[in-house]
Design a protein around this ligand. Structure first.
Ligand SMILES: Nc1ncnc2c1ncn2[C@@H]1O[C@H](COP(=O)(O)OP(=O)(O)OP(=O)(O)O)[C@@H](O)[C@H]1O
Ligand SMILES: Cc1ncc(CO)c(N)n1
Length: 268
């Protein structure tokens, strides 16, 4: 058996619930060999982001090249990219290595309100990164910024998904964590048809890093050779288990439980 490899290009969360830490834990749980290129170090815990310390462009490119020139990867995800310079450099390297299974979590704002992407970087994301993307996984506010439209209904989300595919993404998941529906609906669009992934809304404040974990689970399953739709379905099951089995640590928005999916025996 050859081990499948997954790379995350994202920020570090010292609190361990989001960012690189959530991604590597998720890769490990889903049986993919995890690698990372860190774009920024955050001083962060369940109470909020207390500092952001960007890594230089040279430092980011060196990390990606260290992987590209030796190990390679079967899939990758991007998380916190912070600036247009980082987006441009990362997009250029992805293109250079011809990496295909590219999952973009267009991280903009942390749950506590801290900015993880500068406003001027949205344009670079649209022009440079989205065209390289196998799937983009915005939450509703991120989808609104990227498409320049207000999203209230599922029909609005369908329209926004089509706009993102027109920008060059091969498929889209607009996540429903921020909606106020009784159930959480994640809308998947592959450029041809839509699929609503529905689960009960769990009443908890421990949702720190849900988006990172969800996109990391898609990445691991793409590395493992699953189709995009099956990878997204696993990710939904993985994050549902991780939120349901809360760890109850920290004084604020606590992290999810990355062990939960396997503790329940894996795929349902
Ligand atoms: N209260 C909840 N109950 C069940 N599932 C949830 C809940 N909140 C989020 N999810 C799930 O978690 C995933 C991430 O959704 P969300 O919209 O919260 O992303 P996000 O805002 O990008 O997360 P992050 O806090 O990491 O930025 C989705 O698959 C969504 O269905
Ligand atoms: C480093 C990092 N990336 C992403 C998020 C979004 O959850 C966060 N809070 N921190």
């Amino acid at each position: 058996m050859s081990i499948k490899k997954a790379l995350t290009i994202a920020g570090s969360d010292s609190g361990g619930g989001a960012g690189i830490q959530a991604d590597l834990k998720t890769f490990q749980e889903l049986g993919a060999y995890g690698m990372s290129a860190i774009t920024a170090v955050t001083a962060q815990n369940t109470l909020g982001v207390h500092g952001v310390y960007p890594v230089s462009i040279e430092g980011i490119v060196k990390q990606i090249d260290a992987i590209g020139e030796d190990l390679g990867t079967d899939a990758l995800k991007t998380g916190m990219l912070f600036s247009s310079e980082v987006i441009e450099a990362v997009s250029e390297r992805i293109h250079h290595y011809g990496w295909q299974n590219v999952v973009v979590d267009p991280v903009m704002i942390a749950k506590g309100g801290a900015k993880l992407l500068q406003d001027e970087a949205v344009r670079a994301m649209k022009e440079k990164l989205i065209p390289l993307t196998a799937v983009i996984t915005p939450n509703i506010p991120e989808a609104e910024v990227l498409t320049d439209m207000k999203i209230h209904s599922i029909d609005d989300r369908r329209e926004a998904s089509k706009i993102l595919v027109d920008m060059g993404a091969k498929s889209v998941v607009i996540k429903g964590g921020h909606a106020d529906d009784k159930e959480v609906i994640d809308l998947f669009y592959d450029g041809g048809s839509f699929e609503e992934l529905v689960s009960p809304r769990i009443d908890t404040s421990h949702t720190h890093g849900t988006g990172c974990t969800f996109s990391a689970a898609i990445t691991a399953q793409l590395a493992n050779g699953l189709s995009m739709k099956d990878a997204v379905i696993t990710a939904k099951e993985f994050i549902r288990a991780a939120i349901e089995d809360e760890l109850g640590i920290g004084g604020g928005h606590g992290p999810t439980n990355h062990w939960a999916y396997n503790k329940r025996g894996g795929p349902s």
